[in-house]
Unconditional design. Structure first.
Length: 275
């Protein structure tokens, strides 16, 4: 599976559970945070450094501390808030969702935007973090027939990454519990059954990144034709319909690639329990 499986979901079996819903006793269910027990789960040093970089960036960008029990999910676009995950499957609830986006039916009843900020600032690129961004650039260029020849010409040693907007979103757990407690809808009952399985957790809060730009010098000089081509920003589609990219020659053989794509980079997981 993806990196998230190796580092994050496998840790679900070594968790401490902290109640996050102390509602009245009428509720049949409650959610608990999935927390890492350092005595049992020891992420590698690089992971700890990277999550510290993200925490520092988020705090400087938004002037607020990151929520507790946050996991670094890498540049993740496979999971989303409200998705159910476990050790063997990245998305257990494939085809079944609690967030009905048709006419915003129950989206804002169950989802809350805590904060958003558009700092447009650079981030400290540690080894694996640089690799994550570089892989996204390679994937973007590979999605085009016109520009994939630039891949071998990128000088990542001097690459600078500037992040787009970040957004902090969370599930309204009280509303979700009420919905699951009262529902007779077969799809939601299936969703609840999945959540109650001991191996499953739900992604209850996320920090989403909306795109980034990368600037780096090219290893070789562009041809006169290529320079003229990239003097004006050229746009291209990525692998999915809503994701876009662009390339522009900034100056002195320095290329800027803009990736407009949503990534979930940090998340907090919840476990549904019966009172």
């Amino acid at each position: 599976m993806f990196k998230i499986n190796k580092l994050l979901i496998a840790s679900v079996f070594w968790v401490a559970l902290l109640s996050c819903n102390q509602g009245d006793n009428k509720n049949k269910f409650r959610f608990a945070f999935v927390t890492v027990n350092d005595s049992l789960y020891k992420p590698n040093d690089d992971y700890k450094q990277i999550i510290d970089v993200w925490k520092d960036y988020y705090q400087k960008c938004t002037n607020e501390k990151l929520f507790e029990n946050a996991f670094y999910l890498y540049l993740q676009n496979k999971v989303y808030i409200g998705s159910i995950n476990n050790q063997n499957e990245l998305i257990v609830n494939r085809g079944t969702t609690i967030l009905d986006t048709s006419n915003y039916k129950n989206l804002f009843n169950l989802l809350e935007n805590v904060s958003s900020a558009n700092c447009g600032d650079t981030i400290n690129l540690l080894n694996h973090l640089k690799e994550d961004f570089y892989n996204e650039i390679i994937d973007a260029l590979n999605a085009t027939s016109e520009y994939r020849n630039l891949i071998n010409d990128t000088d990542t040693g001097q690459m600078k990454i500037k992040l787009g907007a970040v957004s902090n979103n969370r599930l309204r757990v009280d509303s979700l519990i009420e919905l699951l407690d009262k529902t007779k809808d077969s799809s939601l009952l299936h969703f609840k059954d999945l959540l109650l399985k001991p191996e499953n957790v739900i992604l209850g809060q996320t920090i989403d990144l909306f795109g980034f730009s990368a600037e780096f010098p090219l290893k070789s000089k562009l041809s006169e034709q290529e320079e003229k081509q990239f003097e004006k920003e050229v746009f291209f589609n990525l692998s999915t319909q809503n994701d876009k990219g662009s390339i522009r020659l900034v100056s002195n053989n320095i290329l800027r690639i803009q990736i407009n794509k949503r990534y979930t980079v940090l998340g907090r997981f919840l476990k549904l329990q019966v009172n």
